[in-house]
Design a protein around this ligand. Structure first.
Ligand SMILES: NC(=O)c1ccc[n+]([C@@H]2O[C@H](COP(=O)([O-])OP(=O)(O)OC[C@H]3O[C@@H](n4cnc5c(N)ncnc54)[C@H](O)[C@@H]3O)[C@@H](O)[C@H]2O)c1
Length: 252
C-alpha cells in the first residue's frame, strides 16, 4: 500500500502493546505521530516517541488521560497548535480487569466505561470539528471481538467494546458527508500485557491457540496493517465498519 501525502496521526495508549506498535507502524507508513498515554507511563511513552523519530518522522509525546474531557481538550488544542493538523486518530487506549459480573464493583464497572467508551467519544468529539473543517479525517477505534461475542469474566469490558462498535457506526454516518471515515478494528487475543494477564495458565494459551484457525495468538504488529489500510487512500470508500483481526478466532 502506498499513500500520497504525509499524515499526522494521533495514537492513544501508545506507551506499550498494540498502541506502541501502531505508532511505530504508522511512522513506517509515512506518518508523523502524536503518541499519548497516562502521565504514569511517560518514560515508556518517550521510548515510543524515540522509535518514531528514529524512523525519520516527527513525534509529539503527550501525557493525558482519555477519560478526562479537560485533558483531551487541552491535548488536542496543543497538538493542533504544534503540528498544525490531525489527519488520523487511533483510539487505542483501553483497560481490562477481568471479573465475573456478579462480583464486579461499581468503581471498576465505571472505570471501564470511562476509559474504553467515553475516552473514544471524547477524543472523536475533540478532533472532529478540525477534521470536518478540513474535509478530511480517518478515525480508527480499537474495539475487540469481545464486543461482538462477550465471554465470562469480561462482561463489563465486552459491553464497553460493543458500545465502541456502535459509536463507530453512528459517528461514521454523522460525519461522512464531511470527508471523515470512522472504522473499528476488533482484535482477538493479542500477546500484550493485557492479553497475557487475561490468558492465565499455559493450558488456556494452548486452548485458545488450538481454536484459532491460524494456530497462533496475535502479536501487536498484527494490528498495524489493518490500521494502515483504514487510513490509506485504498480505503476511501470504507466507513462505519468493524474488522475482526483475530487469526480466525471469531467469524461474525
Ligand atoms: N491484547 C488483547 O488481547 C486485546 C484484544 C482486543 C482488544 N484489545 C484492545 O487493544 C487496545 C490496546 O490494548 P493492549 O493489549 O495493547 O493493552 P495494554 O494494557 O498493553 O496497553 C494499553 C495502553 O493504554 C493506556 N491507557 C490505559 N488507560 C488510559 C487512559 N485513561 N488514558 C490514556 N491511556 C491509557 C495504558 O497506559 C497502556 O499504554 C485496548 O483498547 C484493548 O482493549 C486488546
Amino acid at each position: 500500500m502506498t499513500d500520497t501525502h504525509t499524515k499526522v496521526a494521533f495514537v492513544t495508549g501508545a506507551s506499550r502493546g498494540i498502541g506502541r506498535s501502531i505508532a511505530i507502524g504508522l511512522a513506517r507508513f509515512g506518518c508523523d505521530v502524536v503518541v499519548a498515554d497516562l502521565a504514569s507511563e511517560r518514560a515508556a511513552l518517550d521510548k515510543t516517541a524515540e522509535a518514531v523519530t528514529a524512523l525519520g518522522r516527527r513525534a509529539y509525546a503527550k501525557s493525558m488521560d482519555v477519560a478526562s474531557k479537560a485533558d483531551v481538550t487541552a491535548t488536542v488544542t496543543a497538538v493542533l497548535a504544534e503540528a498544525g493538523r490531525i489527519d488520523v486518530l487511533v483510539n487505542n487506549a483501553g483497560i481490562l480487569k477481568p471479573s465475573l459480573l456478579q462480583d464486579l464493583d461499581e468503581a471498576t464497572f465505571d472505570a471501564h466505561f470511562d476509559v474504553n467508551t467515553k475516552g473514544v467519544f471524547l477524543m472523536c468529539q475533540a478532533v472532529l470539528p478540525h477534521m470536518r473543517a478540513r474535509r478530511f479525517g480517518r478515525i480508527v477505534n480499537i474495539a475487540s471481538v469481545a464486543g461482538r461475542k462477550g465471554s465470562p469474566t469480561q462482561g463489563h469490558y465486552a459491553a464497553t467494546k460493543a458500545a465502541v462498535i456502535t459509536l463507530t457506526r453512528v459517528f461514521a454516518q454523522e460525519v461522512g458527508m464531511d470527508g471523515v471515515t470512522v472504522n473499528a478494528i476488533c482484535p482477538g487475543i493479542i500477546l500484550t500485557e493485557m492479553g497475557r494477564n487475561n490468558l492465565g495458565s499455559e493450558a488456556e494459551v494452548r486452548y485458545w491457540t488450538d481454536v484459532t484457525a491460524l494456530k497462533r495468538l496475535g502479536e501487536p504488529e498484527d494490528v498495524v496493517g489493518p490500521v494502515c489500510f483504514f487510513i490509506s487512500d485504498q480505503a476511501d470508500f470504507v466507513t462505519g465498519q468493524a474488522l475482526n483481526v483475530c487469526g480466525g478466532l471469531f467469524f461474525d
